[in-house]
Design a protein around this ligand. Structure first.
Ligand SMILES: [Zn+2]
Length: 74
């Protein structure tokens, strides 16, 4: 195979492989991020326990004492 044929073919193949890997890893990271985005941390002001809940709610009850707490904001 001549160098003038090999080099463009190799460059195209390498670009294609990197593009496919970029797409797959980006999709995987987005899926992981979506899962973590709807997880919120809460700190009980009554007993001091820190816990987390899934979903988009602002208030969650403490698993220990049952007190309703607002989610933590960072
Ligand atoms: Zn509590």
């Amino acid at each position: 195979m001549a160098l003038s044929t090999f080099f463009p073919a190799f460059t195209t193949l390498a670009t294609l492989v990197i593009g496919v890997m970029w797409f797959l890893y980006d999709r995987r990271d987005r899926r992981i991020c979506d899962r973590q985005r709807f997880r919120h941390a809460y700190r009980c002001i009554k007993c001091g326990r820190i816990y987390e809940r899934r979903g988009q709610r602002e208030v969650a009850t403490c698993p220990d004492c049952g007190f309703a707490n607002d989610r933590l904001r960072f």
